[in-house]
Design a protein around this ligand. Structure first.
Ligand code: HEM
Length: 472
């Protein structure tokens, strides 16, 4: 049975990526004065956009780090360990691939050497003037309300294309119970993304529950699983935010070198084809499984396909391609090609909500190998109910795993961390596969943090003055 979702309490970013709100910025804040900040955030609740409406002008969403919860007096015992430890924790860096150039010690924010981030205000507007007016009015109130701006992350609108030149944001899981419907293989239980609802195991994903005595005003709903506890997690989610710098000139320069045959440069067509093999889709978005030989923009939004029947050996879409490893669909054990395989995949899905930053690069700049000295990248945002089983699993076991699905030295060719110069990209083909060797790192982590994205009642609860020790 499909459960009814409490759309008025769920933050809007869970339900939609706000595609019509094309301007966005993320304000990362630190709490200086918990009392003043709590009061201001409490008042802000009325402005927080819920999943009920489809905003046409602006949207405001809000998330907190463990430091932010602590600053508001909220004990952390009930929250997930990986969240409490944080993305930059030394024990998480290795599995996340945050070593070498990705090491948190070099991050611009969220790392051990930078000012603590307590809150993220996610601001969206239909255009830049609308965003400036929204962010300007909120920013002007911060200092007087006990909050410091740690960093402002400005995004850029590349019209649904990421900086390497590929259409992005096509494949998303559909949340059961939300209005949009689609193939059962891509429809996932709400509890995989929204806390307080049954997940793909038929269970409630672990979430912060508090004693009813901690909620004397009964602001929070009661635990639907019947424990009698107040459900601080209900309608919330965990948000991953990572600043991923993209070396666009390095990416296309390497493809040129890799496709340079004995007879001279193989040309833009060969570069694009190899890049598409790395992504698993052509620049238009057409999946290689359905369009193996050439781009076909009419398939740009195609997403109803699997790998096992169509392309078991990877001769259409390489086994190590970014989309094939980030969501292997029906090719997982046990019994690839079966419903059981799809069911396993559903336990490792994420809702992607990222936005690009930095100016688009022109063809002339690319040909000259000159990025103008400007940084470009993706603010990778994703939502999931269980950080370890969803985002971290994908990142560690699939994206960064050089031995993914029988491969040998092949991390994700597009976004994976590298392993000291021996990284390869294998392109399965008949009669023999080919290998691209010496893959450089094209994506570097520049900052990141885990956040709790509470339900709107939970924000009210967290910002209601209570007598609590404010351990920092
Ligand atoms: C700068 C970094 C990244 C770039 C440029 C990038 C680019 C892309 C592109 C072009 C697509 C295909 C379009 C689509 O299906 O929506 C895609 C899909 C996807 N990416 Fe990424 N990505 C990046 C980082 C990541 C990371 C870090 C993860 C997860 C840890 C990830 C997970 C996914 C997933 C789950 C899909 C959908 C796969 C599917 O369902 O078929 N991406 N990405």
């Amino acid at each position: 049975m499909t459960v009814a979702l409490e759309l008025d309490d769920i933050q809007g970013i869970v339900a939609r990526a706000y595609p019509d709100l094309r301007a966005a910025c993320f304000l990362l804040l630190g709490v200086r004065d918990p009392v003043a900040a709590g009061a201001w955030l409490h008042a802000l609740c009325d402005q927080v956009t819920s999943a009920r409406s489809r905003p046409e002008a602006t949207a405001v969403n809000l998330a907190l780090t463990p430091g932010g919860l602590r600053a508001l007096g909220q004990p952390l015992e009930a929250f997930a360990t990986e969240f409490v430890q944080g993305m930059a924790d030394v024990h998480r860096s290795r599995p996340l691939g945050d070593v070498g150039a990705n090491d948190p010690s070099g991050w611009r924010w969220g790392g051990p050497a930078t000012s603590p981030v307590h809150l993220a205000l996610l601001l969206y507007a239909k255009d830049e003037p609308g965003l400036e007016s929204l962010s300007g009015s909120l920013s002007a109130q911060l200092a007087a309300n006990g909050l410091d701006l740690v960093v402002r992350l400005d995004t850029s609108d590349l019209d649904e294309v990421e900086h390497f030149g590929f259409r992005d944001g096509i494949s998303q899981p559909l949340i059961e119970g939300l209005s949009k419907t689609g193939p059962a293989s891509n429809t996932v239980k709400a509890g995989e993304f929204i806390l307080g609802y049954p997940n793909e195991y038929g269970l409630y994903t672990d979430r912060p529950l508090v004693a009813p005595s901690e909620d004397p005003g009964s602001i929070l709903p009661r635990d639907p699983a019947g424990s009698g506890q107040a459900d601080l997690g209900r309608n919330g989610s965990y948000l991953v935010l990572r600043q991923l710098e993209q070396d666009v000139v390095g990416f296309w320069g390497f493809l040129e070198q890799a496709t340079h045959g004995a007879g001279g440069a193989a040309g833009p067509g060969a570069r694009r084809a190899l890049a598409a093999k790395m992504v698993g889709r052509w620049p238009s978005g057409a999946p290689l499984v359905l369009a193996p030989d050439a781009d076909d923009p009419s398939l740009g939004e195609a997403n109803d396909f699997g790998y096992f029947t169509e392309d078991r050996g990877g001769t259409r879409c390489p086994i190590g391609a970014h989309i094939r490893r980030a969501n292997p669909r029906d090719s997982l054990d046990p019994r690839p090609g079966s419903q059981a395989s799809i069911d396993v995949g559903k336990r490792h899905r994420i809702l992607r909500r990222g936005r690009e930053y930095g100016p688009p690069i022109s063809i002339e700049q690319l040909e000259a190998g000159d990025d103008g000295g400007l940084e470009r990248g993706l603010y990778f945002l994703c939502l999931n109910a269980n950080l370890a089983r969803q985002f971290e699993f994908i990142q560690h076991t699939w994206v960064n795993n050089a031995k993914f699905s029988g491969l040998y030295d092949d991390p994700d060719p597009l976004v994976g961390a590298r392993n000291g110069g021996r990284d390869t990209f294998t392109v399965q083909a008949e009669p023999v596969r080919s290998r691209v060797r010496g893959l450089p790192q094209f994506v570097t982590v520049k900052g990141g943090a885990y956040f709790f994205l509470p339900g709107i009642r939970a924000i009210r609860y967290l910002t209601t003055p209570r007598k609590r020790p404010t351990a920092r």
